[in-house]
Design a protein. Structure first.
Length: 189
């Protein structure tokens, strides 16, 4: 039997709705997060190219704020540091169609903030909001070989459900596994 410990969330981290003014900071957190977490798991050329496309990603994010969307973006910030993390969720997408289940599309923390509670704060807020939005469960996709991320999600109550798929990055197939957590269950730790 596994004993779970619930750690208190840091009081200096504030999680709030993302605004259009956060687009550049979110893009930088996302790109740096990919480059740190996926080194050795995704072709380095793909990760390097992400750093060159920051301006385009910022503009895409800004444009997404002009229309209505079922996608929810939240950021974590710390006094004196600004935005240090970002999470994004909405309806689960399968074959281009939304389903009743929720999906965590992304959760990234600035590499130097990993282990400080920022990821746990973003996860706790996401779980609270998705449950309040009426989703029965929350699914996410994680790189199969990303052991630290898989441990993080497992500590938050997610479990692999056996589904796997891959995406292509610079000619290489990168395998992912799906994790699911029923909502209304144990709180993230």
């Amino acid at each position: 039997m596994t004993t779970r410990t619930t750690a208190a969330l840091p009081s200096d981290i504030r999680v709030r709705d993302m605004t259009v003014d956060d687009c550049e900071a979110v893009t930088r957190v996302r790109v740096r997060g990919w480059q740190a977490a996926y080194a050795g798991l995704v072709p380095q050329s793909y990760l390097d190219d992400m750093g060159l496309a920051v301006a385009e990603d910022v503009e895409r994010r800004r444009a997404s704020f002009t229309g209505s969307s079922t996608i929810v973006n939240v950021v974590a910030e710390r006094p004196g540091l600004g935005v240090i993390g970002w999470a994004c969720y909405g309806p689960y997408r399968e074959n281009g169609k939304p389903l009743a289940r929720g999906e965590l599309y992304a959760l990234y923390v600035a590499p130097e903030q990993i282990g400080t509670g920022a990821g746990r704060a973003l996860m706790a807020e996401t779980l609270t909001r998705t449950a309040a939005d009426g989703f029965p469960d929350l699914a996410l996709w994680v790189l199969k070989e990303n052991t630290p991320a898989r441990r993080f999600y497992e500590r938050a109550g997610f479990r692999p459900d056996g589904a796997e798929e891959s995406f292509e990055a610079d000619g290489a197939l990168v395998p992912e596994v799906r994790y699911v957590r029923a909502l209304g269950g144990p709180a993230a730790s």
